[in-house]
Structure formats: C-alpha cells, structure tokens
Design a protein around this ligand. Sequence first.
Ligand SMILES: [Zn+2]
Ligand SMILES: [Zn+2]
Ligand SMILES: [Zn+2]
Length: 610
Amino acid sequence: MYYSNEVFLHNTSYARYIDSDVESFSELDLDRIATGEGIDDYVDMYKVRRTDLYDINSRTFKIVNVLKVDKEYLKKHPYPLGVIIQRGSTKIICRAVDLLYNHLDLISIRGYSTDLEGSGISFSTNRIRSDSFNYHSELGEFLHVIGNRKRLETQIVQVHRLLQESTLLNDSDYRVRSKNSYNRITLNSRYTLKGIIANSVSRLSAYKKCSHCNQVETNLMDNNICTYCYRHEEGRCEVCESKKKLDTLQYIRSDVDSIGHNVLDSIGVEVCCSNCYDSSYNYCSRCKKVEIIDLYKLRSLNSLEEKTQYLRYYRMESDTFSNIRGSTYCTPCGSQAISNILNNPRRSKPLPNKISINSPFSRFVGIESEVITYYDDTDSFIEEGNIPRYFEAVHDGSLSDTGVELRTSSPIIGKQVDDALDSLQICNNMDDNYIDNTCGLHIHLNAIDFGFVELKSLLLIMSKIQDLVYDSLPNDRMDSNYARHISLSTKEISKIDSLPMLLNKYYNMVGGTFDEERYNEGRYIGTNLHARLYLGTVEFRYHEGTTDSKDIRKWIMFLNSIMSSSTTLVKNPKLYNKILSNKCPSIDVVRDVTGLRNTEYLENKIQINK
Ligand SMILES: [Zn+2]
Ligand SMILES: [Zn+2]
Ligand SMILES: [Zn+2]
C-alpha cells in the first residue's frame, strides 16, 4: 500500500540521534544506540533535543527506512527501534509507535484505554488530558475513529508491520492513497501538535536488555524481563528447582525490607516461585528466629505436585513454629504469647463471688440449652414465655423456626446449679417446650485454671473416651458437624510438648489456625478448647438437646469429673499409661476418670441409644 512518508514525531523519549550518513539498519548497532552503552554524548542528546525539537516543523520528518522483521518477532517485540526518519541533516531512529502518520491506517498512538474520552489519552508515558482535545476537532474525530475500532491492542501491535509492508512516498506523489482518507492531523491540528510538544516527556526513556531473551526493549518487567517473556517463558525457581512461568517467579532483592526477601537473599536465592517465596521458611515475628525448609528434601521430590504439597504443609506441620493471631512465633515466644491469652481471654469476666462446698458442681458452669417452643419466635418467647431463674433466652439461627436458646446469664456453681436446673424443668413443663434434631446442649465449665498440662490431659482423656461419648448420643447426633471428633490419637497428643504445638494440633483438626475470634472453626470440636482461649472455659458440645433437667444434671456431673481428672492426670502415671495403651478398653478409663456412678450413667445412655 502507498502512504505518505511524512510523519510527526510525537514521542521523543525513545528516539535517538544517529549519524546523518547512515542509510540502512545494517550500519547501526541498535543495541548500543538503544541502551546508550559506550555513547559519550548520551546525556547531551537530551539537551539538544529540548532545544532542537521544540516546534512543529522541527518535529516533522520523512521516513527514510523501516526495519524489516518477521511476524513472530513482532508478536514478541511489538515496538522495535526500527524507523529511521530525516529532516535536513538531522537523522533520528525511533519506533513506529512514536510517530503520527498522514493516514488513519497507520495508527500511531499507543497506551490509551478503550474509553478515550473518559480517561484521556496517553502518548507513551506522557499523558495528555482529554479536555484539551475538545478544542481540537480534527484530533477529536481521529480519536473517535480509533476508539470505535475493536481489538485495539492488535491494531497497535501491527503499526510496525503495516509500516514495513507499505510503500512510503513523497506527499506529492500521485500514488499516495486517496486524499479522502487522509488524516491531516499532523499538518492541520497545529494547536494539538503544539500541546503534544509542550507536554512531551522531558527525558530519555531507557531501553534495556531483557535478561531472559536478550532483546532490547522499552517495557521491561521486574528484573528486566520483557513483557513477552514474562507472560510466555519459563524460568527455574532456585529454591525448589522446578520450572515455572516467569510471571509466577519472584525476584529477590537485598534492598527490600521484608522478611521474605531477607531470608531468601541470605541463602543466595535470586529468583524463586511464589510458592517457595510464601512457604519455604518459618520465622518468629517476635524474636526473628528463622528456620528454612529442608531444601534437600524439597528438591528431591519428583513432581511439582509433591513439592507444592510439601511446601503447603511445611508451616502448618511445624513443631517449632506456630501461628497465633495471624503471626508466626517460635516455641518460646509463642508460649509467652499464648500464656498471655490464657491469663486474660478476650471475653472472660471475673467470676462471681460464690464458692461451692459439698456440691458435685464444684466448677462454675454455663448451660446453653436449645429447645423448640410453641411461641411464634424468639421475641414473643422473651415477652411471654417462662424464662427460668439464672437463664436468659436468645435467638439461635441454627435452630428450627421457633427454637430458642436458654442460657445461663452468668456462671453458676454449687447449689445454684440445682436451683437453675429445677427452674429450667418447671419452665420447660409450663411452656411445653420440646426438642428436635436441631437442638443441642452445650456445657461450659470454667477452665481459667487450665494451662498447658491440664489442657493436654483433657485432650488425652477425651480422645480416649470420645467414641463411648458418641455412642451415648442419638444416631442423628453422632456425626454432628458442630461437635466434631478429636482426630488426634492419644499417642499424637502425648507427643505435644508446648502450648504453641498444642494449639497448632488443635486448630489443624479443623484446618485452621488460632485467633481470638468468636467464630473460629476451632469451636466446632466436641471438646471445644477454643472457648478456653476466647472465654476462659472449656465447652462440651456433644450432648443432644433435652428438656429433662435430670439428663443435664448427670451430664454436667460427668463432665465435671473429667475436668477434675484433667487437673490430676499428670500425677497419675498409671492412668496416663492406660490412656496411651491400645490394649486398655476405653470404658476402663471412663471408670478411672469419672468414677462408678458417672460410668453407670454413660453405659446406661449407650444402652438407651443403641
Ligand atoms: Zn524477553
Ligand atoms: Zn519454588
Ligand atoms: Zn521467637
């Protein structure tokens, strides 16, 4: 196709002066020109340009030569330094996109969004406000045409190709394409062109070599990778030694103040995949102790999947580091942090000034009894229903429509528990409350005295006897997602040797980590230790809903005996060994832990629910 060779250099920042006698690209060392390596007057070129290319005339050139490159090359490097332009004795090499042409086909503007009018248009790195175009109708029209073309990206990429496939002739040549489709912008829109000159970038933009393909480019990503390589090529992660797409690789810099960069830089890693960056080390956010994954083991794994898996579980399964409220701690620092939380759980309140003597309810208790009522909803129950002494009624979304949760409004102990249960029985009877399979009974027992040893003991006991406890429940409750099994064996629990490890193992059972939020998944385990960290209690969630206070009473007594045994287990090696022994039946442990009467209660309940 024939086009006019007359052009306007709208972007000078990527243009470079060359010797006036140079005609062809073979005479040029493009890499050297682009990067300025070895050119002494590199800085001077900029000064010259400011004074030299200041008006429309000095920016108007004729194209002398266009670099011929193949399609594949253009796909990867759409903006080659590949056009030689001339005015008088001045010769410049620039990119096809740096020029405005005398025809609409040769679109020369790049970097704009599809919403031209809204966002303005940017000429390379130089942004010109869109309102300035309102005064320049021709350019406005020109932009409108471009704006209406679909797939602008493709068009833009093709500028150089279109140019190298065109025959460029003097403007006066009769073969130049029909004047009707002329875009006379370069010659007519003087105000606009002046605006472009006034706003043009006042510095040279550097060309750099892509560190992957060695091609000289203007737009390089982090660590000098060209956009094409970045999206399409692969590199090797220096940590796990797997091949990964470059755009998933992270370049480690010693000057970045972040733990990830610091750690990886210290072991000489320059580039690694995002998996390794995120997960290949542990560090204590308090004392800054660091531990790096076993690189030998990581690299020896065969498939990428295995490596990813290993990385994924490295932090979760660490016995020396733990995650507490979103931060990682080493064991000593973690123990201190958790001790602080145990001493002062977020929602714990001072216990009432009551004590218990000669009562089976020797520990403060909180009762949450879920029942279904004949009232319309929770509100009407609160207004008209019978609310037992020591209790309050609250709404619970997990219950059937007319369900209500009756819960003690503050912890009760000793004789108060008898009174509360009596009152609960009377009220349930008066209102004909009943239960369905959405109802449960949750018992909180004060555990503010429970530290590492006691919590571990409790976990050991419950892990050993939980199957019997589940056996004692109605069938539909046995697999409740709200009272999940302790999935750790007594052997595994016995190996836990610190508070952080205890919490790690506990929260790992629900696939989470510890935080002090009320709604942490950790609360859904039948023996809910999350409550200890949040409220200062241990919550037992196993029991089915019931309107029979005698049931509740027996269950509380049963749990109370478990809590007591948890505080003394460490002094009872015989019982401890029974709990760990596979040969010792669970019911024997129940007997040792809870006593004869409680054991009878449990056996009885198992019998009933068989
Ligand atoms: Zn590249
Ligand atoms: Zn990696
Ligand atoms: Zn530490």
